[in-house]
Write a protein that binds this ligand. Sequence first.
Ligand code: FE2
Ligand code: FE2
Length: 356
Amino acid sequence: MQVYRLFEPAESSVVVTQPQRHVLIVDDDDLVRETLHFVLEDGGYQVHAASSGAEALRLLEREPIDIVLSDIFMPGMNGFDLLRRIREIAPDTPVILITGYGNIEMAREALKQGASDFITKPYNIHEIPIMIERNLTRHSLLANQTRQYEDAVQRSYRATLDALLAALDTRDTETEGHSERVAAYTMAMAHRLKLSPEELNDIERGALLHDIGKIGVPDSILYKPGPLTPEEWEIMKQHPVIGYRMCMKVDALRSAAPIVLHHHERWDGEGYPYGLAGEAIPLGARIFAIADTLDAMTSDRPYRKALSFAEAREEIIRCAGKQFDPDMVKLFLEIPEEELRMIRELSLANRQQRAA
Ligand SMILES: [Fe+2]
Ligand SMILES: [Fe+2]
């Protein structure tokens, strides 16, 4: 029977005000659990108690636990095993481990394995709320810092993207705002599929930057008024490869690079640069191909007026199974014409706003 000095006199007690925090106590010793439960509830916490690691994991799934306080020596799953499992299922939840009898080695091990703090027995039970508050505060400060850092990284990615798009704009041979519109049409389709936020992000970046490789195509070819010679055409067909290499050099664009590489592939294998066919073409590139053609057809060109959305849809249906993935054409047809028109107008307005 282990004896803890649980009832040392307190100099002051901490009273916690709103919002109420949920604390999970894990200990196989009934007396310890009940005493901690009592003191913490008295301090204003919502307390959950588990007598084993397995029970603690069940509670963690059900309850909005803010912090875990766990003993190390428990039959079955010990405190370290529990800590490992919590790191997997709730990596953001701080865990305080209770180590035995001033065992410094064990305390060090607890921190190494991801515990946010440790308490050695015997402890003053009235210090536990202070320790909980200290850990919750430190944890929320850390979470804030991480968020700020992630925001800064996102902003710098966005700046890289904008710089690349601005560079492409100076060499854009297509109509103004093509990249933004194509990206918006692509995303209208992609959002109708069950894709992860990361996949959606990659597809959007790939669509925005699809022609970035044109930066590397010589002016004499890019701006040639007449038809290209077969040799010039071969150089022109390298722009997806050039774009792919550029994107592979930027961490945030690496996973979007395959869409850039394959944006001119066709479902029937007649596209370039590799003549991939069917599902060998990345999904994002198959969606993009429809959006690209849609925008090209519904924009004025020097040699012809823009087609209506209805006419463009007919043409896209006609090309299903040849130029385009038939399933993606079906997906495209789910988008009401009104939505397509709105996307077009919105991206025009966004662009004008940015230019102002
Ligand atoms: Fe292209
Ligand atoms: Fe394009």
